[in-house]
Design a binder for this molecule. Structure first.
Ligand code: ASN
Ligand code: ZN
Length: 332
């Protein structure tokens, strides 16, 4: 059977979901023909090659527990599908490169490996199983974060060091949040936290907080001269904070049951314009204004230009973009 087929995934982080699969009769694979042929492979703790393509007799994948090898495959396959759908349906971009071609995912990388990563060289993303091989890094936001590294590499090509590196990381966090909200999965509602499901620290805390990035103990809330010298996962903080402020506004707020409290560096309030508009502005800036050496000051210029094209020079949206940058110490 050659058409688009739907199987069932019993995921660890997102409950029971529909997956794009291929096959018929008593042989199916995790090959998503409706999304560029995106495939998901089982590395079975190896660290090179593609291992084996997930294949099974019944088009039902995983049982929701990490002990079942298919479960991480189901989560990763689902996250890739959501990210594909988000870019296609929200931004009109079909595939990471916009050419309709799917990437592929590899799960069960190594042993107790607590990371996930995108590689442009294979046009693929890879997930470890986490500490104790029990918390694979296959949540929706991590999948969207990694795939977005592919989108950035295909568009602005932000260099992965200095301020552009922080903006590269923030782009992955921004669209990770956007995809999670887009998915509206009952077991993983949208939030402005990154990696809250994978429990990397073992205390239930997320990897990163977008409303007040310094809550993680290392990320910065606002730009300062020299921010380009810290790790890109921390210099992303101000841009993540900018996205939160632009989306939701400053101050205290509860979204999907999560409490946020976002201060501004200048003490002035920011009125949010909603995350959908904020994401459209960042996407337009990423794909038409930014380049490999864009820094925080240039990101301000680029997003103001993008918002001006989308909403007009005297719009409330442009004003909010400017106020959000002021709120993270990036002035005119
Ligand atoms: N998971 C990390 C990331 O995508 C891997 C890395 O440090 N590049 O940011
Ligand atoms: Zn990243």
């Amino acid at each position: 059977w050659q058409g688009v087929q739907e199987g069932t995934g019993n995921t660890q982080y997102s409950g029971q979901v529909t997956l794009g699969t291929s096959g018929s009769g008593s042989s199916y694979t995790l090959t998503d023909t409706g999304r560029g042929g995106h495939k998901t492979y089982n590395l079975n703790r190896g660290t090179s090659g593609t291992g084996t393509l997930f294949t099974g007799p019944d088009d039902v994948w995983g049982d929701g527990t990490p002990g079942n090898a298919e479960t991480a495959g189901a989560d990763a396959h689902y996250g890739a599908a959501l990210t594909w759908d988000y870019y296609k349906n929200v931004h009109g971009r079909t595939g990471i490169r916009g050419d309709g071609v799917g990437a592929y995912s590899r799960v069960h990388y190594g042993n107790n490996y607590v990371n996930a990563f995108w590689q442009d060289s294979c046009f693929c993303m890879t997930y470890g199983d986490g500490s104790g091989n029990s918390k694979p890094l296959t949540s929706i936001d991590v999948a969207a974060h990694e795939m977005t590294h592919g989108v950035t590499a295909a568009t602005a090509k932000l260099v992965y060091s200095g301020e552009s590196g922080g903006l590269n990381e923030a782009t992955s966090d921004i669209f990770a949040a956007a995809v999670e909200f887009y998915a509206n999965n009952a077991q993983d509602k949208g939030d402005y936290l990154v990696g809250e499901k994978i429990d990397i620290r073992g205390d239930g805390s997320p990897l990163r907080y977008m409303d007040k990035p310094s809550k993680d103990g290392a990320s910065k809330d606002a730009w300062y001269s020299g921010i380009g010298n810290i790790d890109v996962h921390y210099s992303s903080g101000p841009a993540n904070h900018w996205f939160y402020l632009l989306s939701e506004g400053s101050g205290a707020k509860t979204v999907n049951g999560v409490n946020y409290d976002s201060p501004t560096s200048d003490g002035l309030p920011v009125t949010g314009i909603g995350r959908d508009k904020a994401a459209l502005i960042w996407f337009k800036a990423l794909t038409t204004k930014f380049n490999s050496t864009t820094n925080y000051a240039a990101a301000r210029t680029g997003t103001v230009a993008a918002a001006t094209e989308l909403y007009g020079a005297n719009s409330a949206e442009v004003k909010a973009v400017e106020n959000a940058w002021a709120g993270i110490n990036v002035g005119a």
